[in-house]
Design a protein around this ligand. Structure first.
Ligand code: BEZ
Length: 208
């Protein structure tokens, strides 16, 4: 099982998907990416998640994030399942779903957790930066569907803090004040964010 960690390069692969064969890196180009795994086709939680993901696509597009899903079932099964997702979730699945019956991609990304299941992938999320490095890894239990608002919130934080020495506090949402990284001196902080508030020497808040 792969032991991918934050900051590792996301492994590239070529795979069959509901939108034809693709290579991950070619699909992503210079965009950000979100890869999310599903335990299996025709399962209730995953059905709601893929429907929700399809409805959120404009919000991922706005952030320049390409979406791609995976489950270990085959391509014919995926196409049948997509019909059910579109029907029951009133959506049109509008991103590729990888078919991975031999678990090549699942093993590459460490999505197989034998203590959870030896047949199905766990419910994981990988956010990939334009540099192809892993910016977030999350694994949920099969019984808990993902919160797509939280994923957008993390992407907002990642994109805001990618090129600036800023960080986002607990429960932060786009538009709220952020914290200045401890590596920035007060002198520098005052030059770059003149209106920053020094709550404590180590806790300095500013508008982004
Ligand atoms: C689901 O996606 O609904 C699910 C998958 C595996 C176990 C339980 C639920």
């Amino acid at each position: 099982m792969a032991d991918l960690k934050l900051g590792d390069v996301a492994p590239d692969f070529t795979a069959d998907t509901t939108e034809g064969q693709l290579s991950l890196y070619e699909y992503l180009g210079d965009s950000w990416g979100i890869l999310f795994s599903h335990p299996a086709d025709f399962t209730p939680v995953c059905t709601t998640e893929l429907g929700t993901a399809a409805k959120y696509k404009p919000q991922f597009d706005k952030r320049n994030v390409k979406m791609i899903a995976i489950s270990v079932d085959g391509i014919d099964s995926h196409h049948e399942w997509v019909k059910d997702i579109n029907e029951t979730q009133q959506c049109t699945v509008n991103f590729p779903i990888i078919a991975d019956p031999d678990k090549t991609v699942a093993n590459l990304y460490g999505m197989m957790h034998p203590n959870a299941s030896d047949k199905a992938t766990v419910r994981s999320v990988y956010i990939i930066g334009p540099d192809k490095k892993l910016k977030l890894l999350l694994t949920y239990p099969a019984s808990t569907g993902r919160n797509f608002d939280e994923l957008l919130r993390v992407i907002d934080s990642l994109q805001l803090t990618a090129n600036q020495q800023l960080a986002t506090p607990a429960n932060w949402k786009h538009g709220e004040r952020v914290v200045i990284s401890p590596s920035v001196s007060d002198e520098d902080a005052d030059k770059r964010w003149p209106n920053n508030e020094k709550v404590k020497p180590y806790l300095r808040l500013t508008e982004a």
